[in-house]
Write a protein that binds this ligand. Structure first.
Ligand SMILES: *[C@@H]1O[C@H](CO)[C@@H](O)[C@H](O)[C@H]1NC(C)=O
Ligand SMILES: *[C@@H]1O[C@H](CO)[C@@H](O)[C@H](O)[C@H]1NC(C)=O
Ligand SMILES: *[C@@H]1O[C@H](CO)[C@@H](O)[C@H](O)[C@H]1NC(C)=O
Ligand SMILES: *[C@@H]1O[C@H](CO)[C@@H](O)[C@H](O)[C@H]1NC(C)=O
Ligand SMILES: *[C@@H]1O[C@H](CO)[C@@H](O)[C@H](O)[C@H]1NC(C)=O
Ligand SMILES: [Zn+2]
Length: 710
């Protein structure tokens, strides 16, 4: 039985393979392994527990998963719109029909809606030689593609305004891409930056451009990254067609998550994030482009030929610019403070409030357009989870720990709903929460993907071993690659893990495309992320929706109803060792001594192995340690330059946004060649980890003392 596994202590840094997905850039290989992983202590006879698990495996159903997804994807439902409220009510009413207690919790947040935009390429005399249509084509095979939103693509939180200037091409818009422009003597100041999607979060492309004085930014989807170079394009295949546009938020997400205005909070963004609203969102206009609309601009670029790493696969010689003619960009969008609607479902646990350690499960509901994959495949799965838990309750079950199911809104703008709710519950129901389980783009293909706090991995594998791949019948733990990604940002787990120190995981089925790591699927944030796309290209029989619901069901059951919380601290210890090795080996600074950090990691692992090796019985104190272990890695002062991010072990890369960096503070300092700060941060991290190890050993010591007395 592969119910335990090993986190390799060998670092495996996957730099370009995984770069721009919500999964992090750093992975573990998981492997079956010997005696170290404890089975959770079971409550009651095994046979009862197996009966409950059987209900959790039998209840999810592809017919209802299909029906509910169809409902969610029947209309565009951006955060804060009447349709978003309608979907919140639909979610609440469905969950109530399963016998659970669901309520809508409105919350004010800063949003932005498009009014109009235009993009013209001018000739030397100032005449329009190309007017970009900025419209996604209606596709006859896809009945919802005629939506008015096909001509309303925009980048949320970009400034409104007019910019007329020459264009320069900045590849993915990362700092190193701008370095290439600078080396080639190409001045970005006052110009319009054309960048392609991929490798880093889109908001940071705008941040990096703005920092270099750009007047505006155009971000386009190159077929090399998620179009015809990866595979057949929609409607002939799952990848991005010529006029398709990736919308999205351009919040500067590596600085802080959540509403940039904190409209619902008594505290200001400065107080919470250490940055004012204006520092968290762009001050320049920006729009997203299809490659259909970007191609004439690329063709107009002069200047040196772009280096190979800058070239996409369009039929054009990629040049760095500046362009021959000027481009005139006009953007008019309105910012409004509006309610958004989280739907919160609570299943009270049987433990006393003092002993309870709630389990939180979440998925966002708001979408850029129809959002069939992002996020409503996950929303449909969550309804199956709610239905399954309702069936268990009807059969007489009651969880030990409180379970909270959350349907978030405002995720697409910048994790608004989850962040607002979690910040307000930090000293409430989340104070003792033991885990956060997320699914976002729940099903966009058939390949299982997981990113998680390492301590959660064992419980996940245990769940996978009991669920079969719906097509091959193989147990999912055998089908899975066993690579546990590191959580970066880009979805709702961010506040739980990075701000509050709650162990987290993110689960999904994505397209099976080894070799192209850039995107999990090809119609992301376009009008074609539709019910028809899911049915044609991702999960025709809705079997993977059902499979994901089963996996989440078992994971929730394990956390909510095992006598001992199924967190494994030894896996955290092994991960710590590999993190230290990774950050040490990715920067070769002989003058920086990592040994205090490695010593601390070793101490943590030893304490954790001893902890799990003893089967002493002081259950509540063991659970206190297990359920709050991740909190030990929070630094109250936060990371340098971004104090909202308090977890010292991982954060979205400062210039990456989605992908995670391990020991992000130390890594940033080394990247900036600030060795003094790096040394300080190493000392600080080593002390935190030593304290965490001492806490684990201390719990063991007081436990054995108790036993001696008994
Ligand atoms: C559900 O899955 C079964 C195969 O297990 C399939 O025959 C059936 O058509 C599916 N139903 C729906 C509504 O997709
Ligand atoms: C864009 O959609 C709006 C709303 O349906 C419509 O009024 C407008 O004419 C459309 N514009 C174009 C260029 O299609
Ligand atoms: C870049 O252009 C700006 C605006 O035209 C100018 O002020 C600046 O001096 C230029 N920088 C360089 C290095 O040429
Ligand atoms: C932007 O749109 C608003 C709302 O329609 C309108 O009142 C305003 O005049 C527009 N601004 C510009 C510069 O066109
Ligand atoms: C992914 O594709 C590879 C190669 O085509 C295939 O061997 C494998 O079974 C696929 N895996 C899944 C989960 O679909
Ligand atoms: Zn999403």
């Amino acid at each position: 039985m592969a119910s335990s596994f090993r986190v390799f202590s060998v670092a495996c840094l996957c730099v370009s393979a995984i770069a721009c997905v919500p999964l992090g850039g750093f992975e573990f290989e998981l492997e079956p392994q010997g005696p170290q992983g404890p089975q959770p202590l079971l409550r009651g006879p095994d046979v009862t527990r197996q009966g409950w698990e059987q209900i959790l495996l039998d209840t999810p159903c592809n017919r209802t998963a299909r029906k509910n997804l169809r409902r969610y994807a029947s209309t565009a439902h951006m955060a804060g719109t009447a349709e978003d409220l309608e979907m919140a009510e639909f979610t609440r009413d469905k969950i109530r029909s399963y016998g659970l207690d669901a309520v809508i919790k409105p919350m004010d947040a800063l949003l932005q809606f498009p009014v109009s935009r235009s993009l013209d390429l001018l000739d030397a005399a100032g005449r329009v030689k190309f007017k970009a249509p900025l419209i996604e084509d209606e596709i006859s095979e896809d009945p919802t593609s005629g939506t008015q939103w096909r001509n309303m693509s925009f980048l949320a939180y970009a400034a409104s305004g007019l910019a007329t200037s020459q264009v320069v091409y900045a590849n993915y818009g990362r700092p190193e891409d701008f370095d290439v422009l600078e080396q080639q003597g190409i001045n970005v100041t006052g110009r319009i930056v054309l960048a392609r999607y991929g490798e880093c979060f889109r908001g940071l492309k705008v941040m990096n451009s703005q920092d270099r004085g750009a007047a505006a930014v155009l971000i386009y989807s190159d077929p090399a990254d998620d179009g015809y170079t990866v595979g057949k394009t929609y409607p002939d295949g799952p990848w991005r067609p010529a006029t398709s546009v990736q919308r999205g938020s351009v919040q500067f997400n590596s600085l802080c998550a959540g509403d940039p205005r904190r409209a619902a909070s008594k505290l200001s963004p400065e107080e919470i994030c250490g940055h004012a609203e204006d520092d968290l969102i762009p001050s320049i206009p920006a729009i997203p482009l299809s490659y259909h609309d970007a191609l004439p601009i690329l063709k107009d670029l002069g200047g040196p030929t772009a280096p190979a790493s800058f070239r996409g696969t369009l039929p054009v010689t990629y040049r760095l610019g500046p362009s021959e003619g000027k481009v005139r960009l006009f953007v008019n969008s309105t910012k409004v403070v509006s309610p958004i609607w989280n739907v919160i479902t609570t299943i009270p646990g049987s433990l006393s409030a003092a002993d309870d350690q709630p389990v939180v499960v979440g998925n966002h509901r708001d979408a850029w357009v129809f959002g069939a994959a992002d996020p409503n495949a996950g929303s449909s799965v969550m309804l199956e989870v709610a239905k399954s838990l309702g069936a268990l309750l009807k059969a007489g079950w009651r969880p030990q720990r409180t379970i909270i199911l959350a349907s978030w809104s405002g995720e697409e703008y910048g994790l608004l709903g989850s962040t607002g709710w979690a910040e307000s519950e930090a000293d409430g129901v989340l104070k003792r929460a033991s885990v956060y389980i997320n699914t976002d783009v729940g099903v966009s293909g058939t390949m299982f993907k997981a990113a998680a706090s390492p301590s959660v991995g064992r419980s996940l594998v245990r769940a996978l071993a009991k669920v079969n791949d719906p097509v091959t019948g193989e147990p999912m733990d055998k089908v899975w690659t066993g690579k546990l990604g590191t959580l970066g940002s880009g979805s709702d787990y961010t506040v739980f893990l990075d701000h509050l120190g709650i162990a987290s995981c993110d689960l999904s089925f994505a397209q099976n495309i080894t070799g192209f790591g850039a995107y999990p699927y090809g119609v992301y944030h376009s009008i074609y992320d539709s019910y028809t796309w899911i049915e044609k290209e991702a999960d025709p029989l809705f079997l993977y929706h059902v499979t994901l619901a089963k996996i989440i069901n078992l994971l929730v059951f394990d956390f909510a109803d095992s006598d001992q919380i199924p967190i494994n601290l030894a896996d955290t210890g092994k991960a710590l060792q590999s993190y230290v090795a990774a950050v040490r080996d990715s920067h070769h600074h002989a003058a920086v001594d990592f040994s205090p950090l490695m010593v601390a990691a070793n101490a943590y692992l030893n304490a954790a192995v001893a902890f799990h090796g003893s089967d002493a019985s002081a259950r509540s104190s063991r659970n206190d340690i297990l359920g709050t272990a991740e909190r030990s890695f929070l630094d109250k002062q936060g990371l340098p330059r971004r104090k909202w991010f308090k977890h010292i072990l991982q954060a979205p890369g400062f210039y990456l946004g989605y992908a995670a960096k391990v020991f992000p503070g130390i890594d940033d300092a080394l990247e900036n060649n600030d060795l003094e700060s790096a040394r300080d941060l190493i000392r600080k991290a080593a002390a935190l980890i030593q304290d965490a190890a001492a806490k684990i050993s201390g719990a063991l010591a007081s436990q054995s003392m108790l036993e001696t007395l008994q």
